[in-house]
Every structure is written in C-alpha cells, then in structure tokens.
Design a protein around this ligand. Structure first.
Ligand SMILES: Cc1cc2nc3c(=O)[nH]c(=O)nc-3n(C[C@H](O)[C@H](O)[C@H](O)COP(=O)(O)O)c2cc1C
Length: 194
C-alpha cells in the first residue's frame, strides 16, 4: 500500500514539449524498451475493459510488403497511375524503421458503442507516441487513404468490421528541431456556465 500518491511533474513537461517528427530514421525502439512503451501505453482508459484494440508492428523488409499494399491501393484507385506515383506510395512505408498499425477491434457490448471503443484504441495509440517520446524516440501518427483502403486492410488481415485508426511511424529524428507551439488554454477550455 502506498501512503502517498506519486506525482510526476516531469511527465507534464514531456507532454508539453512532445512534437510529431515526420522524418524518422534508425534506430527504432526494440526489445525491453519497446515492450515497456507498449505496456505503459496499454494502460489507457477502457470502458468495461473491453480491450477493443490490437496493434501490428511492421519493421525491416516487412515494410516493403506494406509499401506494396500502399501501391496496390493507388493502382486500384487509378489503373493508369504512373510508375512514379506507385513508387512514391511504396516509399511511404519506408519513412520510419518501425510502423505500428493501430486497429479498433470492436466488441459487441450494450453499453459501449463503437465510437467509445475507437476512442479507447486511439488513447492507446496516442500513449504509444508519447511513451516513445519519453523513451527518447520520435513518432508521428498518420492516417490518410491507406487507413481506409479495403486493399490495405485486406492485405494486413484487418477484418471488415475493424478499423485502422492510424499508423504510428516510430524512429529517431535526424534532429530534435521541432519547437512546441504555445497553446492558449483559454481558447479551448471554458468554465460552464459562462
Ligand atoms: C487521427 C489522426 C490522424 C492523423 N493523420 C495524419 C496524416 O495522415 N498525415 C499527417 O501529416 N498528419 C496526421 N496527423 C497529425 C500528426 O500526427 C501531428 O499531430 C500533426 O502534424 C501536428 O504535429 P504535433 O503533433 O507536433 O503537434 C494525424 C493526427 C491524428 C490524431
């Protein structure tokens, strides 16, 4: 039993200074570090403890297979898509050494509608980005058409009743050069009634 609830002011500082890093290179977190990112992130709020989520990790040569799915999506969208468009789509899977695919795996529950389950899964994916940052790595959450593509979903074995809520690209930025922009709390938070 703890007689004092621990506080973590450093955690608030980390949250304030976190930025997304679109360009990421090796190394990505591995082994125990990656495990601890996952175990921390999975402690997210979750109505009725449904655990309505699953995550895929894609790294190394497997990213080429993901790139192939991205290119196949572009080809299906436009069968005349140029080789350049297909190559660019393929390259998008190589933008980071590790990609985590976040999936909302909906459970049937009378009190927990799908939107709550997607939000819970999103909470975990957001936590993963934050936990990666706290562990010395950069990340960026992306969606775009590849998150909603039937071809990509089928290739990743994501069921039609599941949703890809995002791709978390994880690695090391060439430089930690992104500044946190000032946020005016009063712009978004108001006491009610005003
Ligand atoms: C659900 C979701 C989907 C997103 N999809 C994309 C995307 O497809 N492409 C992109 O550049 N940023 C996307 N973003 C935004 C970035 O992850 C990032 O938050 C944004 O660029 C702001 O940067 P910051 O996190 O440093 O404030 C998405 C964010 C969320 C929450």
């Amino acid at each position: 039993m703890q007689d004092k609830i621990p506080t973590a002011p450093d955690a608030l500082a980390f949250m304030r200074q976190r930025r997304s890093y679109p360009r990421l290179q090796e190394p990505a977190p591995t082994g125990d570090v990656l495990e601890s990112i996952f175990s921390a992130a999975l402690c997210a709020p979750d109505h009725m403890r449904l655990r309505p989520w699953r995550f895929l990790t894609i790294e190394g040569d497997q990213r080429d297979s993901l790139g192939g799915l991205f290119a196949a999506h572009e080809h299906a969208k436009d069968s005349c898509a140029s080789e350049l468009i297909l190559q660019q789509a393929h390259q998008k899977a190589l933008r980071a050494p590790l990609i985590i695919v976040g999936i909302a795996a909906y459970r049937k529950h009378p009190k927990v509608p799908p939107i709550e389950q997607a939000l819970a899964a999103g909470g975990v994916l957001n936590n993963m980005g934050l936990a990666a940052y706290c562990s010395g790595f950069g990340a960026v959450w992306r969606t775009g058409s590849y998150a909603y593509s039937k071809i990509v979903k089928a290739g990743l074995r994501v069921a039609s009743h599941e949703d890809i809520i995002g791709y978390l690209y994880v690695g090391t930025p060439p430089t930690w050069d992104r500044q946190a922009s000032a946020i005016e709390v009063d712009d978004y938070v108001h006491a009610w009634p005003q």
